[in-house]
Design a protein around this ligand. Sequence first.
Ligand SMILES: C[S@@+](CC[C@H](N)C(=O)[O-])C[C@H]1O[C@@H](n2cnc3c(N)ncnc32)[C@H](O)[C@@H]1O
Length: 299
Amino acid sequence: MLSRTAGRRACRSFSSLKQVRLNHNQPQNAQDNARTTHFGFQTVPEETKESLVRNVFDSVASSYDLMNDAMSLGVHRLWKDEYIALLKPGAKGPVKCIDVAGGTGDIALRILDSARERYADRETSVDVVDINTEMLKEGYKRFKKTMYHNTSQIAFHEGNAQALNEEKFPSNTYDLYTIAFGIRNCTSVPDVLKEAYRVLKPGGTFACLEFSRVNNPLFGALYDQYSFSVIPLIGTILTGDRASYQYLVESIRKFPPQPEFAKMIADAGFTTGGMFEGKGGAWRDLWGGIASIHTGVKV
Ligand SMILES: C[S@@+](CC[C@H](N)C(=O)[O-])C[C@H]1O[C@@H](n2cnc3c(N)ncnc32)[C@H](O)[C@@H]1O
C-alpha cells in the first residue's frame, strides 16, 4: 500500500512525466528556438530538467537506499567499496572531501569509515552537497545514528553541482571531489566539471562513479532486458512509482560512453590517464562497463 504522501509524490512525478510526453508530441513552434536537453528518453527544454529531476528524487528519497539494494541486488555496495578503495581517503593523512549529489550520504559514510578503519584517521571530513532536501534529510537521519553526528567530520548542504555557492565552497579548497551516480542527472555536465575544477586544490582529485556503457553485446542485451523490464517493475511493487524508476533507467542510456566522458573531464582542465580503460587509463570499468570510475587530477 502506498502512503498518502508517497502517493501524492508519485502522482506529481507521473503528471510531470505526462506533461513532458504531451509537450513532446505537440508540433514544435514556440519551442523551436529553445535549448533542449534529455530527461530520460524525452527531449525537454533545458530549464525544466532540474525540476523534473527534483520530482524524481523527492519521490524516491524515503525508499532510495532500499531500492538501490533491491534493483542492483546489493551490487552497488561492491562498486562503492571499490570506488573508495581506489581513492584511499586518509592514506596520506586527513583529507578534505566534497561529495556532490551526495544524496543519502552513502559515499560520505564510506569515506569516513574507510579513513578511520584503514588509516586510523579521524580528521578526514566530508561536505555532502545535494540539490534535493528530501535526500539530504534521509542522509542526516542516517548520520544521526553514527559516531560522526555532530562532529566537524560531516556537514550537509543544499546546492547545485553546476553552480556551487562561491562563499560556502571557495575555490582551491578540497583534496577530493566525489560524485556517484549523480552527474548524469545534471543538465550540464561541463558546468559540473568546471565547478569541480574550481573547488579542488591544485593536485586534488576528481572521481566520478557512474553508470556507463557495457562493452559486450550479449551481456549488454541481457542487461537491457533486466533494466527495462525488471527495474521499473521493482519500483512499482516496492514504492508504487514506476515513472521515476523508468527515468533512472533511461537516463543511464543517455549518458556519454566512457571515452567521451573522459574527454570532457580532460577538456575541463584535469589531467587524466590515457584515453583507455584500466591501469594507466582515464577510467576503470566495473562489471563489464555497467558502471565506471573516471578520475582526473587538477593541475
Ligand atoms: C542516484 S542519486 C545518488 C546519491 C548518492 N551519490 C549515492 O551514490 O547513493 C542522485 C542524486 O543526485 C542529486 N542531484 C541531481 N541533480 C543535481 C544537481 N544539479 N546538483 C546536485 N545534486 C543533484 C539528486 O538529488 C540525487 O540525490
